[in-house]
Design a protein around this ligand. Sequence first.
Ligand code: AMP
Length: 256
Amino acid sequence: MITKNDRAVWLKGGNALCSVTPQPPPGKTWRLVLLGAPGVGKGTQAQLLSEHLGACHLSTGDVFRAAKCLADGERSPALDHALGFMRRGELVPDEIVLDMVGERVCCLRCCGGFLLDGFPRTVAQAEALERLLQREKVALTAALDFELPIDEIVARLGGRRTCSGCKAVFHVTGLPPRVEGVCDHCGGKLIQREDDRPEAIRVRMEAYKKSTRPLMEFYQKRGLLVTIAAGKAPDETFQRTMKILNDVVAHSTNSR
Ligand code: AMP
């Protein structure tokens, strides 16, 4: 397991510094995009992958949720605007998301690598990310698409609980914390996200079908798409993912 940093640069933006100086992980620097409908278990896989691959878990949803905790005067009008979309379960407009990612571009060129979760979510965002990475002279290793039937996803989302402190993800039955309502990692309070309420879930599923599904084609055309069946047990999915990633490396000529 590799030491995790606190992702301060990503979560706080501005002049924030990460507590752990980034180091290239042993073997390979991984730069992955994680795709899949909300509730498919991307966040959990991202946590496991981050611990094993050393790359930071960069979730745009976490940045918006971190902004929600700021005092009213500390948020820019653009962020306030973004939070309105998020509360309703709608996608935040591309310009706002891209500005926010653009301010954190050092996380994309970081020698530790990255696991992008929840970004890109539209083809326009994927094109913008491609331009940013070209400018930074870094290449994506792969885009992992976690697949699960929609009915199962909806059932899963109702049981999801997120740590109000470190943002770790649990599930009341699938991945329960050791103590009910308390985070195993930092002792923070586990909460149900506002956008995991049933009415917001329906809107998010529609947004996913309309805007995010076309990303599969985008990455397929570039030879980067890898599809992974996301099973019931997170650990099984993780083992499957690691095996697939090792195959990706074995078949790639560029190992960093
Ligand atoms: P997530 O945690 O990735 O499910 O994101 C939670 C919410 O944040 C989404 O429902 C959107 O409202 C917003 N959001 C996060 N990332 C993006 C993105 N890349 N584009 C648009 N909206 C986003």
